[in-house]
Ligand binder design. Structure first.
Ligand code: SAH
Length: 345
């Protein structure tokens, strides 16, 4: 077995490790600060650690970011990062600067096991979960690529994979990201976990008291259509899902996000919009309409623009905050649902 990776460890685990190596907890906190607050991943640069501890660490652990294989810039300013993992698997993350924000979309699994009919990643099946080192490592790498003192400001768990199906590594990563003293110090309101609707996972996440944003990939407002598009709906139907969503604790001005991929002739009629508005009644919701991104072999099409806008208007008229999310990075294979990479080198 390879040595444990410091990247992705909780600050408290780094403290424990320092103690195991005969140093004080304080030394563990210094390591956390180097790693997460200063982005330093080279033990020899952690200059305020005693030489002895640095050598002891060097023998016991490694400090490794996932290998960045390429970074492809898009016409629209976004950038796709492709990582080659130790086993040769590839995952990607997308950096999207917009309006003073820098949003990072990151992956949580290699492939995905939920087989949504419209999603290219879903055709891959699930290979494996990412480790917290690989999840946090995507962010540390993205931050290191940014210049001029900039760093990623918002993080969405909307890349490859189903975050709630990789629960332990997800929650550990969220804790490292939100730890204000020794972690990366992101406000939980700047983090969004997106799910196909794993009810058991939503319920567990609600109990963690992490206060991160929740996004639900809804895509249909009737069980009939949703079960056709998303096999997961046969295990947890809309009623069960919406019950879990209603129970998710929200801060005073926090909303739940609902993603709705617009598919021509499938879920885009005025009746669909009205059904959706009814489903969301009484929930503090924000709807993101995502015009379908085409991929070779898919059987779906994007509706005409007029129909997308009419759908949005109906929701707005019903009092539902609704935006249309034009995916970034379409020209570089970085758009929603398109993060499929050849699996092995
Ligand atoms: N598995 C999680 C995280 C992925 S988020 C989830 O499903 O929420 C990626 C978002 O892009 C999801 O809402 C997904 O349904 C959507 N998506 C997938 N394929 C798409 C496509 N071809 N066009 C537009 N959106 C797509």
């Amino acid at each position: 077995m390879s040595a444990p990776n410091l990247v992705g460890m909780l600050p408290s685990q780094l403290e424990d490790l320092a103690v195991e190596l005969g140093a004080s907890r304080y030394r563990g906190r210094q390591v956390a600060t180097w790693l997460y607050r200063k982005g330093v991943t080279d033990l020899s640069q952690m200059t305020d650690l005693p030489q002895e501890l640095r050598s002891a660490l060097g023998e016991r652990v490694r400090v490794e970011l996932p290998e960045l294989e390429r970074a492809t810039p898009s016409q629209d300013g976004s950038q796709k990062l492709v990582f080659r993992l130790e086993d040769g698997a590839r995952v990607s993350a997308v950096v999207m600067p917009d309006d003073g924000r820098i949003t990072l979309c990151l992956s949580t699994q290699v492939g995905c096991g939920y087989a949504c009919a419209f999603c290219l990643t879903g055709t891959m099946g699930l290979s494996r979960n990412l480790t917290s080192a690989e999840i946090v490592g995507q962010l540390l790498t993205a931050n290191a690529l940014l210049t001029g003192g900039e760093r990623v400001t918002h993080i969405v768990f909307m890349g490859m994979g189903e975050p709630l199906a990789n629960y332990a590594a997800l929650v550990q990563s969220l804790r490292v990201l939100t730890d204000a003293k020794l972690g990366l110090g992101y406000s939980p309101r700047r983090l969004t976990v997106s799910t196909v609707g794993l009810v058991s996972g939503i319920e567990k996440l609600a109990r963690e008291d992490l206060k991160v944003n929740l996004a639900i990939s809804l895509h249909a407002a009737s069980d009939e259509v949703r079960s056709r598009l998303m096999p997961v709906n046969r295990a947890w139907n809309l009623e069960t899902l919406m019950r879990a969503v209603r129970a998710y604790p929200l801060a005073p001005r926090q909303s739940v996000f609902f993603e709705y991929v617009m598919l021509d002739g499938v879920n885009d009629t005025p009746e669909d919009a009205q059904r959706l508005a009814r489903l969301l009644r009484g929930i503090r919701a924000k709807v993101n309409l995502i015009p379908f991104n085409d991929w070779p072999g898919s059987t779906f099409r994007r509706p005409p623009l007029a129909r997308i806008l009419a759908f949005q208007s109906l929701l707005l008229d019903a009092g539902v905050t609704t935006t249309v999310r034009w995916s970034k990075g379409e020209d570089i294979g970085a758009a929603c649902g398109q993060l499929k990479e050849p699996a092995v080198a």
